[in-house]
Ligand binder design. Structure first.
Ligand code: SF4
Length: 64
């Protein structure tokens, strides 16, 4: 699964990092970012939940 996070859209709500901390984290300014070297097989349901929970739709998931 390809995971992208549009940092231009992110408002730093932090939902993604709360829901799926293996894949998402927050930078020093509180904005979401994808954890470098996140698991190749991230836990699908949680990643999907994080994408759904993002209030601004900054997270995009694409199946390979
Ligand atoms: S949930 Fe969305 S707005 Fe909040 S930190 Fe994650 S990507 Fe940014």
């Amino acid at each position: 699964m390809r995971i992208s996070l549009d940092t231009d859209v992110c408002i730093g709500a932090g939902q993604c990092a709360l829901l799926s901390p293996d894949v998402f984290t927050q930078d020093d300014d509180g904005f979401g970012t994808v954890v470098p070297g996140h698991p190749d097989e991230p836990e699908g349901p949680l990643v999907r939940e994080a994408a759904r929970a993002c209030p601004v739709g900054a997270i995009t998931l694409a199946e390979p």
